[in-house]
Design a protein around this ligand. Structure first.
Ligand code: TYM
Length: 335
């Protein structure tokens, strides 16, 4: 049993606990994790070390970290199969980051679009950690020898850097790291803002109507969707020049499993006035069981903490093995 489990390919992914998770996290990341977890040996982490690259309230960060774990489980991550842990509980993440820093060009980090975007939003605190963020992410992935990294589209550039670093290191010191593949689903990899559908849905959007949080009640979800910005015309059709409607169609697809062409057929000859309430109901139904389970899990923080401790213990075993190999190859004296 154990042997066959060890042979499964490996997945590593994570979410930064800097706010309540959104429908974007669910569609772009967690729902794919749930689908893949049977066929892979999975490590799902809560990236609290990434979170502090933007100033956080300590009490709030603690709360968000546990909430993120609760959302993973409520969404269907099976703790008997997948390892769930908090990044800062596994010190090897910081240790490998330091090593990888010395193989990463200043220019490579400067080119990261997320760094450029975040530097604009947090102009008062462009810290070295924010700059180094993609290297920490590479360490997260490479420590576990991950084969596959299921993420939303916005993480693609970070994955490319990870692959480059793995190949660079392997080339210099012989095979050390698995070179990971990104897994970006065709639908849901970029859920857009409900108010500005050319922008990604984000937990930090100033306009709360743009974002569906997984803690939102049925009524709040329905209202946000009914108020969503749609496009000119009234046809329910998936196309680049209809970003608002196309986004809602993707959400409807995810919530109901109906294909995009079936959705077009379903609403042929009907306008947005019929389409939007249908999306609103479907999305509310989709999120409801997750929210209910999440609320239940948050009532027993001790239980959650215990799960995370166990997860960290097994993650450390794997992480330590890779770090030791790296230290040996670069010339650190080993005991
Ligand atoms: P984060 O916390 O910004 O997002 C977590 C995951 O959710 C996806 N996502 C979305 N997908 C579709 N539409 C959206 N609107 C949307 N918003 C978020 C993201 O693409 C991501 O997959 N640095 C990472 C966390 C991280 C990580 C890692 C991920 C740290 N180490 C190692 C994978 C592997 C981040 O901040 O993602």
């Amino acid at each position: 049993m154990e042997n066959s489990e060890q042979k499964k390919p490996i997945i590593l992914s994570g979410i930064t606990p800097s706010g309540m998770l959104t429908l974007g996290h669910l569609c772009g990341a967690i729902s794919n994790w749930v689908k893949l977890q049977n066929s892979y040996d999975c490590y799902f982490m809560i990236a609290d070390m990434h979170a502090i690259t933007v100033r956080q309230q300590p009490a709030e960060l603690r709360k968000r970290t546990l909430e993120t774990a609760a959302i993973y489980i409520a969404s269907g991550i099976d703790i008997n199969m997948s390892k769930l842990f908090i990044q800062s509980h596994v010190p090897e993440h910081a240790q490998l980051t330091w090593v990888l820093n010395t193989y990463t060009g200043f220019g490579e980090c400067s080119r990261m679009t997320q760094f450029k975007d975040k530097s604009q939003v947090h102009a008062e605190n462009i810290n070295v950690g924010l700059f180094d963020y993609p290297v920490l992410m590479a360490a997260d992935i490479l420590l576990y020898q991950a084969d596959l990294v299921p993420v939303g589209e916005d993480q693609k550039q970070h994955l490319e850097l990870t692959r480059n670093l793995a190949q660079r290191f392997n080339h210099l010191y012989s095979d050390t790291f698995k070179v990971p593949e990104p897994y970006i689903a065709k639908v849901g990899a970029r859920v857009m803002s409900l108010q500005e559908p050319t922008k990604k849905m984000s937990k930090s959007d100033a306009n709360q109507n743009s974002t569906i949080f997984l803690s939102d009640s049925d009524d709040v979800i329905k209202n946000k969707i009914k108020r969503a910005v749609t496009d000119s015309g009234s046809e329910v059709k998936f196309s680049d020049d209809k970003p608002g409607v196309s986004n809602l169609m993707e959400l409807y697809h995810i919530a109901t499993n109906k294909s995009i062409s079936d959705i077009e057929l379903e609403f042929e000859g009907k306008g947005y006035a019929e389409f939007k309430p249908a999306v609103a109901d479907a999305v509310a139904e989709y999120v409801k069981p997750i929210r209910t389970e999440f609320e239940k899990l948050m009532k027993d923080k001790e239980h959650l903490t215990k799960i995370l401790q166990q997860g960290a213990d097994s993650a450390r075993g794997a992480a330590f093995k890779t770090l030791r190999k790296v230290y040996k190859k670069i010339g650190f004296v080993q005991f």
